[in-house]
Design a protein around this ligand. Structure first.
Ligand SMILES: Nc1nc2c(ncn2[C@@H]2O[C@H](COP(=O)(O)O)[C@@H](O)[C@H]2O)c(=O)[nH]1
Ligand code: MN
Length: 373
């Protein structure tokens, strides 16, 4: 039995019973030195979302999540947000439906920019499915959004997507080759061949997810250029992922930081904190707090599960919450699980972690492109 890991949280609300039990278990796991819950933390299977966990040598794939490398990207478009009206929105949706599919492309992408994965099984998955998912959005809370900067009126793009089929395949493969279990969670030793193989595949898939987002950005560049003759200023690109594991220096000690739904915010590092499809999003710059393991929330976090949201929020109610936002009306019923009401209030989430960053921009949604189940 080892000492409990240190613990802090940035939540403004009380931890429920289930989350408390989960945190207790995380703090007792082998080699876990620190556990931090971000302001958007909410319950998920085994390890909650909005969690940062630090170890000295063991890697817990479950504490990174399945969508390894999931992240966000933001860039300004040389247009005034108010220039997007009904006609423009319709043209954008039409073009996005053709160029940014939700599930997969018809054709396979060029695979030559990616190196080899650690196993034949994973390589096959990449050739068969992964190669058709580069430049696709995915379902659920993945989104492509146009936003208005509340101060300048400037139009901004935000993209949220991840590693599609490849992240879960890599996680599951390595969980099946684990070195041991602690409190029900499988770990790998970073100092062994198996541990190194996981870490290499993890870097591979973080790159895959990054290329996925950049491919969608390139589609948006073509779209805005052709329809509006407007460019996207990539010199102002903000790009970060929130499901990863990195070896980092924490007060002079080298630790493996597992972030499952948390942004890295070293001093002056930029991060993105979206709210929901009907509420504000934030661009922030890190204050460099070692206490939070140089991390902050990656969103608002859910207040209700998807099934709860589907049961309790009607399409009519969602429609009211989306007033002022262009969306695809035919998706309304499917989008109830993504209703703004099913997320925490982003204003409060930002407030409760204000010591971790400076807010650079606050933006409101004007057009939302999402996949629904
Ligand atoms: N601006 C928007 N933010 C959204 C939308 N849907 C979800 N969200 C926020 O993003 C995070 C992402 O969580 P993750 O665990 O899936 O990475 C979530 O907590 C929400 O706050 C949206 O359509 N637009
Ligand atoms: Mn994500």
């Amino acid at each position: 039995m080892h000492d409990q890991a240190s613990y802090r949280h940035w939540l403004s609300e009380k931890l429920g019973e289930k989350l408390t039990t989960q945190v207790k278990r995380l703090r007792l796991m082998k080699d876990v030195k620190h556990v931090r819950l971000m302001a958007d933390a909410h319950l998920a299977e085994n390890v909650c979302v909005g969690c940062v966990l630090a170890t000295t040598k063991l890697i817990y794939p479950t504490a990174i999540g399945g969508d390894i490398g999931c992240g966000m990207l933001a860039a300004p478009i040389a247009m005034c947000a108010d220039d997007i009206q009904e006609k423009e929105a319709a043209a954008i949706f039409k073009r996005l439906s053709q160029s940014v599919p939700i599930i997969q492309h018809k054709n396979h992408s060029d695979l030559s920019i990616f190196g080899e994965l650690s196993s034949e099984l994973l390589q096959k998955e990449f050739i068969r499915n992964g190669s058709r998912q580069i430049g696709t959005l995915g379902q659920g809370n993945h989104f492509l959004e146009l936003q208005r900067c509340k101060l300048s009126g400037q139009l901004w793009l935000m993209i949220h997507t991840g590693s599609r089929c490849m992240g879960p395949a890599i996680r599951d493969f390595h969980l099946n080759h684990g070195h041991g279990r602690s409190h029900g969670l499988t770990y790998l030793d970073s100092g062994t061949e198996g541990g190194e193989a996981f870490l290499q595949d993890m870097q591979w898939v973080r790159r895959y997810a990054s290329v996925n987002r950049l491919t969608i950005l390139a589609q948006c560049e073509a779209l805005f250029h052709e329809i509006f003759q407007a460019g996207i200023d990539k010199s102002q690109l903000i790009h970060c992922d929130h499901n990863h594991c990195e070896q980092e220096d924490i007060n002079g000690q080298s630790l493996w930081l597992h972030r499952k739904g948390a942004c890295s915010v070293r001093a002056n590092e930029q991060a993105l904190i979206p709210g929901s499809m009907g509420s504000d999003s934030f661009h922030v710059v890190g204050a460099g707090s070692a206490d939070s393991l140089f991390s902050c929330s990656h969103g608002a976090g859910r207040t209700m599960s998807r099934s709860q949201a589907r049961r309790s929020i009607t399409p009519e109610r969602l429609k009211k919450q989306l007033s002022g936002v262009f969306y695809q009306a035919e998706k309304l019923t499917g989008l109830t699980e993504e209703a703004p009401e099913s997320y925490k209030r982003i204003g409060q989430v930002i407030k409760s972690q204000k010591n971790l960053f400076k807010v650079k921009r606050q933006l409101e949604p004007i057009l939302s492109y999402k996949g629904t189940t």
